[in-house]
Ligand binder design. Sequence first.
Ligand code: CTP
Length: 420
Amino acid sequence: MTGTVLEPRRPWKGRRVVLGVTGGIAAYKSVQLARNLTRLGAEVDVVLTRSAQEFATPLSFEGVTGRDVFTSLWSVEGAARHIRLGGEADAVVVAPATADFLARAAQGRSDDLLTTTLLATRAPVVVCPAMNDRMWAHPAVQANAARLAELGYQQAGPAAGPLAAGESDGAGRMLEPWQIVEWVGRALGSDPAFRGRTVLITAGPTREALDPVRFLGNRSTGRMGYALAQAAWRRGARVRLVSGPSSLAAPEGVERIQVETAREMLEAVRSQLEEAHVSIFAAAVADYRPREARDRKMKRGGDDAEPTLELTANPDVAADTRGRRAEGSITVGFALETEDLLEHARAKLEAKGFDLLVANPAGEADAGFESETNRVTLLSREGEAEELPLQSKDAVAEAVLDRVAELLPGASDAAGAAQS
Ligand code: CTP
């Protein structure tokens, strides 16, 4: 997602990624892509086709990756370069992928370093098409894209939106660098425990109306739940994110269901629960709402100079799922506490029937609401407490999913089912 922290971390850290760039105007965005992948800890080998060099120079890529950039099949290294690049790659991503590239790759041609490397690799390949929308819609291009899908290449995009020449906004635009980073992460980080499984996540605050312009809310930004959603998608899960109001972009590949109130969140969760192999309750749900939401704006200086607010209890979304959860599914809760963290957290784990509880302190600098980082303790049903160091919410999400993967029954069965 856009807010993601660019620090060396899983699944990119220490992995070899070949970034193939072909000749389209979106090539300028690929410099940013190379930079982001490098900042996440990947070793990025950039391969530019001849026409790509009309749009971006090898020097730009060398500057952001700190590594040699490759342009030619013919070198002192000899013909072995494509074998080495292809063989050492953990993932290959082609961005932008032009219509001409799709045609050559679909035919298995090997007339330049990039296409030859593709034939030489057995790593997952992600292709990010970018072209004029009429070109993309042409049956010849569609047939080539379909052939690449048959060969097992992942296709990321294109998106609809303003194209370079500005004359139309049909599908043809290359995905944004942050989105492609996630596709590469998915190619690198696929996890048999999550592949083919459905993960349901609640995130963000809820808003409870007082009148048409005011509401009761809280400081949650949704960052932790969104990080979990993105990380679960990278592992290969189908992810449904039930989100209260948040300014964050929907995580790549994730189905987001937007709600406002606790009661709407409850409805959305009830409708999705049956299919969930994992449900994670990361939302900061308002425990109370105004007994009555006025249909007109409350005016100052009316009859009631010091109005009192009458509240009524909201449903507990997580607790409501008890007794409705799919058999064998895993349920994860959060607990945000200002005092007696572990004691309260343990009580919540019991009361709401969680398999795993993520406890975090409120009011601490660098942790909890409105922070990019978090310090959490993971509590298991058996009573174990594992204290994790202060780290980015993206890293916390990975740690939580590692624990969920251990709890999920028969991880390999799910992988088999997903492939069949
Ligand atoms: N939760 C929920 N619906 C609510 C309240 C909480 O689904 N109405 C979920 C949260 O998403 C979290 C867990 O229950 O996973 C605990 O939330 P928390 O706000 O820490 O606890 P509460 O049960 O609200 O208790 P309290 O506010 O008294 O600490």
